[in-house]
Design a protein around this ligand. Sequence first.
Ligand SMILES: [Zn+2]
Length: 79
Amino acid sequence: MIGLDDPAVPTCSRAGCRLPAAWNINWRNPRIHTPDRVKVWLACDEHRDYLHDYLATRDFPVVVTQFGVAVDRVPEVAR
Ligand SMILES: [Zn+2]
């Protein structure tokens, strides 16, 4: 039997969420990460906007892609 805790199934990065990942949230903290660093969170459909906004409100550059689609870099936020 495959349980919800099966580590082979990537799940949403939102604390407490066990839903399967559907999106990559690519981001970095410009104060500590160089432009070629890309941090990746995983998000389900429900928490994609939550995780994006969590980072965006901290002025972190963030790019959302489909799950498994990597980006080379996360551009600066346009102002
Ligand atoms: Zn979630």
